[in-house]
Design a protein around this ligand. Sequence first.
Ligand SMILES: [Mg+2]
Ligand SMILES: [Zn+2]
Length: 209
Amino acid sequence: MIAYLRKNRDKAKRPAVFLDRDGTLIHDRPGFYLTDPAKLRFYRYTFKALKLLSGLGYRLIVITNQSGVGRGYLTLGASAAINRRMQANLAQNGALLDGIYFCPHGPDEGCACRKPAPGLVKEAAKHHRLDLGRSYLIGDKLSDMRLAGALKLRRVFLKSGHGRSQLKKYPGPLKKQVIKNDLLAAARWIEERQVKVKMKVKNRKSRRR
Ligand SMILES: [Mg+2]
Ligand SMILES: [Zn+2]
């Protein structure tokens, strides 16, 4: 489902960074379901990291499982309101998202949108012109990495949020991932990779001369 979609006149095809929400952009802890927009707490580096990524030319798309709705902890309307509040707070701080997509279902509902199912990324790809082959997914759970793997997206696993406990729980599949401490470290790593790719292209061109 869509909580937010930016009206965008930019028709160019761009890569995206798909962002998990809880434990990636905002604080999260085990067994906690965010039900009150007043309890929304960004990590101190979230604005900076998002600005860095959009400056690199990526569309910023949040992909989030919100099973608290399916479990009856909050209504669909309340969940959408929290997501819109998050978008507004980010925008006030100069971090502009392109979309927020959420799955409101519980784990046993067998929907097509709960991560690692690819439904939300596919929905986003219908609304934005995306270069998926150059896109990234960043998250703090194995389900994020599984989703990225299924769609062959580049990916970064974070130690923030549930990251450290997930690493203990699923060391096999997670230790194979690129692992960074937090979203800002991930954004800087993506920036470095871009610089390296650009330098290679430049070197190739200058050699041709
Ligand atoms: Mg998360
Ligand atoms: Zn779903």
